[in-house]
Design a protein around this ligand. Sequence first.
Ligand code: SAH
Length: 453
Amino acid sequence: MNEVIQKAQHYEVEIIDMGEGGEGIGKIQDFTVFVPNVLVGDQVEICLTKVKKNYGFGKLVRIITPSIYRIEVRCDKEAICGGCQFQSLDYQKQLEWKRQKVENCLKRIGKLENIEVEPTLGMGTPYHYRNKAQYPIRLVDGKVEIGFFEAKSKKVVPVTDCLIQHPINKKIIECVKDFLNEYKISIYDDVTHKGLVRHLMIKTGYKAQDVMVCLVINGKTMPHSKAFVECLQAISEIKSIVLNHHTDKTPVILGKECTVLYGSETITEQIGELKFKVSPLAFFQVNPSQTEVLYQKALEYAELSGDEIVWDAYCGIGSISLFLAQKAKKVYGVEIIPEAIENARENAKLNDLNNTEFYAGKAEEVIPDLYKQGIIADTIVVDPPRKGCDEKLLETLKAMVPQRIVYVSCDPATLARDLAYLTKEAGYQVEKVQPVDMFPHTSHVECIVSLKK
Ligand code: SAH
């Protein structure tokens, strides 16, 4: 280790790059330092907090010269809230960083050289885009607060008018807070596991402006739930009020059971020409306008002529399946959450798409089974959670040899790992890699890839 480099010392550093979580990377001679909350191009003074053999971590002391990519932050909670990472980074630079992140993962993890990654497809107005918010509710200094956790903490930062959430959430948060205070409803405590109310989830259908309010409670019932419904009914957009029962100690937000207090169990969202019923527990893409961009790409990459048998693995409420069913002979969807599959079947009916069939189960079990029964796909779409595709599913793809694979990914690292298998072991070629910005101002990257045999 270089002798001059010591913990607790201050150094002047130029931030030359940003790592995969958005953290700044700089050099003190040959020694690499990682610094959170700075941007590429910043000239900063840092204090070293941790020193390893070849690298270390630093804390920002002051910005000496700001980066040319720095923009004015519009959110006053940005410095403490753990939600956004890039509010101060120029949006075009965010898009380029996401493209670069995909390229780096393909090279470093997948050892895939010479693959061109397209410029990220971004939003025209990258604010108020989210259709789902999950706000923790906790006591802070004895007061009920609804907001977001601080980064890496269980302390709630009160947030009412978040820049990336739907503007209606502000009214709902205020209403729920008034109710909890007025009726002295007990609030959950992470340490003792006592107290009733844990989270407030709000889902919004952007097209119809339908809203679902779901209160997550540590128990079976909530006192004064009738008054709760009455308070919320003042907001006319609310079409569904639900209690979710979650008594486990895990940090997972939702429990497995819900009780409807008012209205319907689902709200409706429209993507392109298609309508979707969304239930409290089912996954649905959080950015509806970019979802349309993503699904149009899926349709383009699938190159359907109308004769194809298509599989949609990890199909959620069947949204990609139904998009493809408009142009395919038959689409089979597979998803692990049974309620989502019920939604998928209803959604197929709602849109008159009868050339679809949905299975509840693990993609890595259902698809190999169906393959054994002789159902062979011409095209398969996979859209797995962050951990990527299960090996058994990839092995089935290798054996079945569909002409086309469309891979939708929310984690470039596992995407790179799976693409390495599909190209090196299963004989596929990557044709196009297209990042789509589903999560402006955060370090999350969505990407869609087309592969051909
Ligand atoms: N394609 C959908 C959902 C993608 S998110 C859409 O665009 O909306 C990933 C989905 O995979 C989630 O719905 C999750 O419940 C589901 N899932 C997770 N593990 C699974 C598995 N092993 N088999 C099938 N589905 C799984």
